[in-house]
Design a protein around this ligand. Sequence first.
Ligand code: ATP
Length: 473
Amino acid sequence: MSIPTDPAALGADPGPAVANLETIVSLAKRRGFVYPSSEIYGGINAVWDYGPLGVELKNNVKRAWWRAMVQDRDDIVGLDAGILMHPQVWVTSGHVGSFSDPLVECAACRRRFRLDELPGTGELTATDLRDETIVERLGLRCPVDEGKLSAPRRFNLMFKTYMGPVEEEAAIVYLRPETAQGSYVNFKNVQQSSRKKLPFGIAQIGKSFRNEISPGNFVFRMREFEQMEMQYFVRPGDPASAAFDEWLPKRMAWYARYGVTPSRLRFREHAPDELAHYAKKAVDVEYRFPFGWKELEGVHNRGDFDLGNHAKSSGENLEYFDPATEEHFIPWIVEAAAGADRAAFTFLIDSYREEQVRDETRVVLRLHPDLAPYKVAVLPLLKKRPEIVELCHRIKDDLRRDVMAVYDDTAAIGKLYRRQDEIGTPWCVTVDVESLEDGAVTVRDRDSMTQERIPVEGIRRAILDRMEAARQG
Ligand code: ATP
């Protein structure tokens, strides 16, 4: 597997897997992956609901991440911290002071935009984006009605609410904008209870909330979303740089391993003036979305910013004691911060194919079997024959002990195959009249469309072997 590491060396743009985002949005709605939230009331901007297939896909993405980050490792443990935290956490972390985006407002239509998402701002540096005269200097106008735009002001992205029955300043709490802080404030708890020695990591999956100024591009940028973040605690200095260099390619390889086309992945390092307040170094793993190269995941060297500040602010000693060297020190943190929704979206886009089969176009999601919502569909060739239907259910129930399997008899077999192709089901098992005599059924492979006759008793093993082969491959 070869992954380009230097954007400059990439050469030609690989182009998106799907030219028009609408193709994916409409498939997602039609087949039950993603619906607009509260749709019967006209929807609510930038919140999306996962339907029956979407919830399976997203759960599988989270499972694949957890497997790579926790299950397969001796040095990383899991955590599930609360969404609501002590408000001081967000003061100490720097989010109250500087977790903000530059916002401009049109004097005519009153619409608000994120400065760096206006047309003509693609090349601006982070310093430019903080420049109050930038709108005037570049002659930027409202992209909707050409109205005059205000100078940029900083807009804090944290959602606020009140804890308890009184809505007053002292009762303000925030909905977390990242899961990371839960891992930092629990550093000592986790380290002591799990007896981990440096280097070790804490992994978390959970909801985060950001009051994004200009959300959009379907589930790419939402106001309520799910993150998969791993914080790796290391000795200060060089060990942190070494951990960073190790994690970065590992994280990109994870996307490729689960099917993302390597040429549509690249790294992008943040310029010094673009670095977040906590970061010593930051590199994004980017994907070539239909709307351009965008961040999938960020790998950050956060130094001792987080534990150092939490120690000062809370008065707790958050130092680590190294028994080998008898040193006390604040560990540095290397973070791999990904989004579950963005990852699921990427797998959906990148697996989409329209293939010519004879005179027909077949739409197929070539999802990795570990990610596919259903692993197997069991289909009757003749639903009028009760013995065939009964055998289908027996096979399906047997498969269900290990994998998601479904039964479907609502159309003719050709159509049933197409439907399963379109939702990415890797294998279909078909029971026909002959099955009643020879005790064998047909297993059809989604990608090659080849068919193999397998004895009924061997089906479960055959599917599990194929799953294992896909995982190894
Ligand atoms: P962006 O530059 O796209 O706003 P970010 O740099 O603020 O992202 P991080 O704070 O590093 O993002 O968050 C880690 C990951 O969480 C991102 O790489 C992304 O996958 C996911 N994420 C962040 N914000 C959103 C959002 N509004 N909607 C969906 N996923 C998000």
